[in-house]
Design a protein around this ligand. Structure first.
Ligand SMILES: *Cc1c(COP(=O)(O)O)cnc(C)c1O
Length: 374
């Protein structure tokens, strides 16, 4: 049986043409036509005025945190249920993440918990918001709260590229936003990321920092700390080829989600939810078992692995439960944290767009079998 992966790269061929062009013009080294092209094409696609291509989504987030002016000791409100890459860049700058619980409608940052956090830390000037698994968060509510408190919003749209909220793409709502082209994302450059903003000057500054902060002088002169964060021209070529297929990948992800939703209905579980006025990219399909359910997500994960050779994974372990962040504050508004429940009862299902109909049906059958006789 072929292995079915959670989410893996899907290449189409145009990628190689862009790379070939880079070879033919000997533009192998950093920067060049593909980097400029990829930045312009991505900025236009998402709907921002400027973009800076980086070596990773994490480095793009780091530049966003720097642009937001986060300094040593500053409190920064962060999504709690996410990958560590959302929040580590805050720590690179000496900021102190305070984690915000999720709501149940999108599994993203809860506006009520965010409001409560501002009551406790009115001095907070930056919020880092993830759109988990490609599902847009409650952007209107969160943006209004940030504006009311004069805080800069950063969107971590690493997982949500092509998802829309009331018709506008995620990655256009925050002041500085990041996307990722890591191998498992909806489109990939093998590794890479991009910083997005409508502030052209900020993007220029980010490009300066990301190429070692070289002052305009005939010799190597530096007045600020710099980084080697720029995407190479080869990698950008892969991205230009992939971007041609983004909408197609999204449609395939959506079909996978809808098939799971339809064929798992009737079981004591639900799928990762979204708001009706949003259009997620359905990067990962996830299930959430009912609380009084007879089985655990890990049992389903093991069965999918052994019986279907298919890869499922636990939900991101919330940041407030991580040993690294045990000392950080965590704000929630319900009787008990929503994220602990989603982590305990949730599971990411195989969502690879190369998965065949038959493979997905086998996976669905095995999930049904998990409930039989229990
Ligand atoms: C993948 C991911 C990142 C980081 O992107 P890289 O390109 O791997 O550095 C950041 N945040 C979230 C939520 C992610 O899933």
């Amino acid at each position: 049986m072929n292995r079915v992966l959670l989410s893996s790269p899907t290449m189409h061929g145009e990628e190689q043409q862009f790379i070939r062009e880079a070879f033919d013009t000997n533009w192998i080294a950093p920067l060049g036509a593909n980097v400029d092209g990829f930045e312009n094409e991505m900025a236009e696609y998402v709907g921002v005025s400027s973009a800076a291509a980086c070596v990773s989504g994490t480095s793009a987030l780091h530049l966003a945190v720097k642009l937001a002016g986060v300094k040593r000791g500053d409190v920064v409100f962060c999504s709690d249920m996410t990958f560590a890459a959302t929040v580590n860049p805050v720590v690179y700058e000496g900021g102190v993440p305070v984690y915000i619980d999720s709501e149940r409608e999108t599994w993203n940052m809860c506006p009520k918990a965010l409001e409560k956090a501002f009551e406790k830390y009115p001095e907070c000037k930056c919020v880092v918001l993830v759109h988990l698994y490609g599902t847009p968060a409650k952007l209107d509510e969160i943006k209004a709260i940030c504006d009311a408190h004069g805080a800069v919003l950063i969107e971590d749209a690493a997982e949500s590229l092509s998802a829309t909220y009331k018709g506008a793409q995620t990655g256009t709502f925050g002041k500085y936003n990041a996307i990722s082209f890591n191998g498992n994302k909806i489109i990939t450059t093998s590794g890479g990321g991009m910083l997005l903003s409508d502030d052209d000057e900020a993007i220029k500054k980010a490009r300066f920092w990301s190429t070692q902060s070289r002052d305009p002088a005939p010799w190597y002169q530096h007045s600020e700390v710099g980084y080697n964060y720029r995407m190479s021209n080869i990698v950008a070529g892969i991205g230009r080829g992939q971007l041609l297929h983004l909408e197609e990948h999204k449609a395939m992800k959506k079909a996978i989600y809808n098939k799971y939703k339809e064929e798992l209905s009737g079981l004591p579980l639900s799928m990762n939810p979204y708001l009706e006025y949003t259009d997620p990219n359905f990067w990962l399909s996830c299930l959430l078992l009912d609380k009084n359910c007879c089985i655990s997500p890990m049992e389903i994960m093991d069965k999918l692995n052994t019986e279907a050779n298919a890869e499922a994974r636990p939900i991101w372990k919330p940041m407030h439960m991580q040993p690294l962040y045990a000392e950080n504050d965590f704000i929630f508004v319900e009787d008990s944290p929503v994220n602990e429940e989603i982590f305990a009862y949730g599971l990411c299902l195989p969502s690879d767009i190369k998965m065949t109909k038959e493979e997905q049906e086998r996976i669905i059958d095995i999930i049904h079998n998990c409930f039989k006789g229990n």
